[in-house]
Design a protein around this ligand. Structure first.
Ligand code: SAH
Ligand code: DHB
Ligand code: MG
Length: 221
């Protein structure tokens, strides 16, 4: 099995399940033109996030890691008119690209981008008494354990927390890994194991983004 095959199958499935979307394709092109890395969720992964948000009738979504706004736009589109996405982004260049993309796709009124370090913004969201139905964690993997802890503090029973990039070509298995990202995911997994309020699973995936996966956590009490 090869990356080429995984990408072809992703392309086939996307052509079957997803509608042609010129606005979104323009967002990707603009992201590239501005020199941002092409590490956004794949179209099918984005649709999975939309299915989850729609299934739970979420209204308040938190995203950690905006990049050029691709996943935030998909999350916003999955929400009702009075739904809101708060998305956190450290990099000013990324935040500017995302704000332009939110305007271009007509979802700016549903998205509140908070610039700065997520670890500094999250306590502010608590002080503002935000409670989120759905949280998507997709930023610096080194801080994943803190992001899950903060997400839990901003949750209610029934909140779903999704974390991207938790497999990393299987490196998550490697306790001696020298990758700070892997060690960040492993610390998160130790926290999940210790935390009875989280019911968790993870899926290993192959596709256009290689061999990786997402973790899913339901806040149960
Ligand atoms: N969710 C996006 C991809 C996010 S890529 C999508 O699928 O479209 C990860 C992003 O997290 C990058 O833009 C990076 O600048 C941002 N990031 C990294 N460290 C951060 C931090 N400490 N606080 C906030 N954002 C951070
Ligand atoms: C990277 C980050 C991501 O969020 C992703 O989905 C893929 C790659 C990275 O930092 O390499
Ligand atoms: Mg990611």
């Amino acid at each position: 099995m090869s990356q080429e095959l995984w990408s072809q199958v992703d392309g086939y499935l996307a052509a079957q399940y997803l509608e042609q979307d010129d606005l979104l394709e323009q967002v990707i092109r603009e992201q590239e033109a501005r020199g941002l890395p092409a590490i956004q969720v794949s179209p099918l992964e984005g649709r999975l996030l939309q299915l989850l948000v729609g299934a739970m009738r979420a209204k308040n979504v938190l995203e950690i890691g905006t990049l050029g706004g691709y996943s935030a736009i998909l999350l916003a589109r999955a929400l009702p008119d009075d739904g809101r996405v708060i998305t956190l982004e450290l990099n000013t260049k990324h935040a500017e690209a995302a704000q332009a993309a939110f305007r271009a796709t007509g979802v700016a009124h549903k998205i509140d981008l908070r610039p700065g370090l997520a670890l500094e913004t999250l306590p502010k969201l608590r002080a503002e008494n935000h409670v989120f139905d759905f949280v998507f964690i997709d930023a610096d993997k080194e801080n994943n354990v803190y992001y899950v802890q903060q997400a839990l503090a901003l949750s209610r029973p029934g909140t779903l927390i999704v974390v991207d990039n938790v497999i990393r070509d299987g490196d998550v298995m490697n306790e001696a890994s020298e990758s700070p990202m892997t060690q960040g995911v492993r610390r998160m997994n130790d926290f999940i194991k210790s935390e009875p309020r989280l019911m968790a699973s993870a899926l290993q995936t192959v596709g256009s983004k290689g061999y990786d996966g997402m973790a899913f956590m339901l806040v149960v009490e």
